[in-house]
Design a protein around this ligand. Structure first.
Ligand SMILES: Cc1ncc(COP(=O)(O)O)c(C=O)c1O
Length: 428
């Protein structure tokens, strides 16, 4: 690995100046924990920023999703529908509550939950009298799912929608902000997100009773009494006053962060427009992605090199890239869970790549990434800049052995099937 060059991270924190002032205030006032004025202000300002009446600041996006499932009444034995192409935290809280996820494939036009398959799954569930307790939609890589179609399918069977907008703060769908579509929605302020509190999350909703109940559950479900009285089991899920102070500073520059990520996406797209076999995650016409991560797919036949070789070359050049999420129906932790479809998500995993997209990236940083890609494409070598160079046959072998072969359609013809296809599990 080339350690002489600065490490380019996928999505590092990007702090401004206001954060330190707010944190300084928390220290000066001795309100560093637990809750406090910055938590209250962060909730108010966040709710205003995305146009929802109520928000509860929490310790993580996962905690927000967990509480959302509790709020809609998920219980042991219930099923909950979730897209397969997402981070594990979208589905883990279903299991925390003793529920079972049912995974739905990605739509090739958006990479989000396929509304047609969701509708078909709900129709089948209704026929069998086993409707899911909730549907989780994820706004993947900062792009909203297709809410008109999803809400229509959910409304047909009166199944509540939970929006996992962890990656999508600042995105819109038909002009409406991400996080305003479900019964409630979850955001993440994990260190890699578009704004961060180092770790944290927010649960938002229209219903004041629902959000107040989330606060109650997140504070160990402490009943009003002078002593510690608990009629229910709760969690320690609230955000600290110090972290909320960071969040306030970050929120103040959200629109700048979104604009920067969108510029990064446009820069990559322009610089790589002529590269054969390289495509970008589709931008759905119904909204504006926050472009949290710029994602590409590589068709090995047309590009001339596999996605895995790009991964390896980036690593050699001290650049962090990641394959697109491994579908949850292929994760051992969810073995045995039912999946409807799954091939599209699998193909995207096999040939998709997330490029460094941090909002503080410079053009030189992006040029380094672009140079690696262009050098690995035999048809682009003449115009290449940067230091990646052609791979030796040994490194090629090592890179190719690490990951599965690309699949057909998105990635070009499948030369070898590395894993048996996961059979679609029978309905419960
Ligand atoms: C889609 C998605 N859902 C949920 C989460 C969980 O958020 P957190 O890390 O804040 O718990 C993340 C990110 O981490 C995510 O990307």
């Amino acid at each position: 690995m080339n350690h002489t060059r600065k490490r380019l991270y996928l999505s590092p924190p990007h702090l401004g100046s206001a954060e330190a002032d707010f944190v300084g205030d928390a220290f000066a006032s001795n309100w560093i924990a637990p809750l406090g004025p910055h938590v209250d202000a962060f909730e108010r300002e966040f709710a205003r920023a995305i146009g929802v009446p109520h928000a509860a600041a929490l310790s993580s996006g996962t905690a927000a999703l967990h509480l959302a499932l509790r709020l809609v009444g998920v219980q042991p034995g219930d099923t909950v529908i979730c897209p397969t192409l997402t981070f594990c935290a979208s589905a883990n809280p279903i299991v925390y509550e003793g529920g079972t996820p049912v995974f739905i494939d990605a739509d090739s036009a958006t990479w989000n939950i396929d509304p047609g398959l969701l509708r078909a799954e709900l129709d089948d569930c209704a026929k069998r009298g086993c409707l899911p307790k909730a549907v989780i939609a994820v706004d993947l890589y900062g792009q909203c799912a297709d809410y008109d179609a999803i809400l229509e399918a959910c409304a047909r069977y009166d199944v509540p929608l939970i929006e996992d907008a962890a990656e999508a703060l600042g995105a819109t769908y038909r002009g409406r902000p991400a996080g305003t579509f479900g019964a409630c929605a979850a955001f993440s302020f994990n260190g890699n997100k578009i704004i961060t509190t180092s770790g944290g999350g927010m649960l938002v909703g229209q219903d004041p009773i629902l959000v107040e109940r989330a606060r109650f559950l997140a504070t160990q479900a402490r009943d009003p009494a002078p002593h510690y009285e608990h009629s229910q089991v709760g969690y320690n899920y609230r955000l600290s006053n110090v972290l909320a102070a960071i969040g306030r500073g970050q929120l103040a520059v959200l629109s700048e962060r979104v604009a920067a990520r969108r510029r990064i996406f446009d820069y990559y797209r322009e610089a790589l427009a002529d590269v054969p076999g390289l495509d970008f995650m589709p931008q759905a016409p119904y909204g504006q992605s926050n472009c949290w991560l710029t994602c590409i797919t590589i068709d090995r036949e047309r590009f001339g090199t596999s996605r895995n070789e790009i991964l390896h070359a980036m690593d050699m050049d001290n650049i962090e890239v990641r394959p697109v999420w491994k579908p949850l129906h292929l994760q051992p932790a969810f073995a045995g869970c039912r999946a409807r479809g799954g091939d599209m998500a699998q193909q995207l995993f096999e040939c998709g790549l997330c490029l460094p997209s941090g909002s503080a990236m410079t053009e030189d940083d992006m040029d380094r990434v672009i140079a690696v890609i262009r050098r690995l494409c035999p048809h682009c070598r003449k115009g290449a800049r940067g230091s990646a160079g052609a791979l030796s046959s040994q490194t090629r072998k090592a890179a190719v052995a690490t990951f599965a072969e690309p699949a057909a359609r998105v990635c070009g013809p499948r030369t070898q099937t590395s894993k048996p296809r996961v059979p679609h599990m029978p309905l419960p």
